[in-house]
Design a protein. Structure first.
Length: 166
């Protein structure tokens, strides 16, 4: 009988804790009563319910970016652990990646009207990028991505963006 009572109390407490975490959301550990004091999280997690701190201000939390945010390194995330062999971070297999052929094939399948619409849509967005050295670099890299997918796509996009930005 006592064992069932202890199990029931444990279940109620556990369900109650889950319910509170659900209501508070992903940032439940940001509340002072729930914050860990021994360590500080060092990650790029942002947004969500119950976020009441600075939320990373305007810092960029993605890579690649042109604003001094995080950058990819080849440093392992952690050191190997000795057991009956090494475990830990290993160099990944170097694969030949080709990121543009599917986008180019899709563009070439489009009707001329659809090509006009997609060029106009993307050019409208890219033309709104700030006219600074950083902004011009972002636009140039973006157009280069489309050019790698299809030369005609890149050329049309470049002329449309240039016309809109001037």
């Amino acid at each position: 009988m006592e064992q069932r009572r202890v199990a029931a109390r444990w279940f109620v407490c556990e369900v109650d804790a889950h319910a509170h975490r659900y209501r508070l959301g992903i940032n439940h550990t940001q509340l002072p009563v729930n914050q860990p004091h021994a360590v500080e999280a060092d990650n790029y997690g942002r947004d969500g319910l119950m976020r009441f701190d600075a939320n990373g201000r305007g810092d960029k939390n993605y890579e690649p970016n042109s604003f001094g945010g995080p950058t990819q390194t080849d440093a392992p995330m952690y050191s190997p652990l000795e057991s009956s062999g090494s475990s830990g971070a290993y160099e990944s297999e170097d694969r030949d990646t080709e990121d543009f052929s599917q986008a180019g094939a899709l563009y070439r399948l489009m009707s001329s009207d659809a090509k006009d619409r997609i060029v106009a849509s993307i050019a409208g967005s890219l033309s709104g990028v700030q006219k600074t050295e950083t902004g011009d670099g972002i636009v140039a890299r973006s157009i280069n991505h489309f050019r790698q997918a299809d030369a005609d796509f890149g050329a049309r996009l470049e002329s449309a963006v240039t016309a809109l930005r001037n």
